[in-house]
Design a protein around this ligand. Structure first.
Ligand code: CO
Length: 134
């Protein structure tokens, strides 16, 4: 069902410092920050040859990233994102296998303007999974 690894997301307490780390120390191509108020995050994307890193910083008062950083003050891996061809078919198949889809189960528009859903980390080896429709 899952296709390519689309990105790995890392929550960071200082977005400018994290972007500089990837750009200057690691020599990667780094995007400008992008505010996503619906998701409570500001993102910076690091472009790699075979995938992307999504740097996540809290935006607004009720951000899940703020809660994550309260538990992990230095930041850390937040989720990984796999591509799927048909997000509704993927959701229904995952549910039939017993996996829990977060929220109301309806896809939302994610950071790339594509439909996304999140899957419960307790059902996936302790890792929050995002699926994105290609
Ligand atoms: Co993501």
């Amino acid at each position: 069902m899952i296709g390519r690894l689309n990105h790995i997301a890392i929550a960071v307490p200082d977005l400018a410092a994290a972007a500089a780390l990837y750009r200057d120390t690691l020599g990667a191509k780094v995007s400008a920050p992008d505010d996503l108020p619906d998701h409570g995050v500001t993102t910076v994307f690091v472009e790699l040859e075979n995938s992307k890193i999504e740097l996540l910083h809290p935006l607004g008062d009720n951000s899940t990233i703020a809660r994550y950083l309260a538990r992990n003050p230095e930041g850390g891996m937040h989720h990984i994102c796999f591509e799927v061809a048909d997000i509704i078919a993927a959701r229904d198949q995952l549910r039939s296998e017993g996996a829990r889809v977060l929220g109301d189960g309806e896809p939302r528009i994610g950071a790339h303007g594509k439909r996304v859903l999140f899957l419960h980390p307790k059902d996936f080896c302790g890792t929050l999974i995002e699926i994105e429709e290609t």
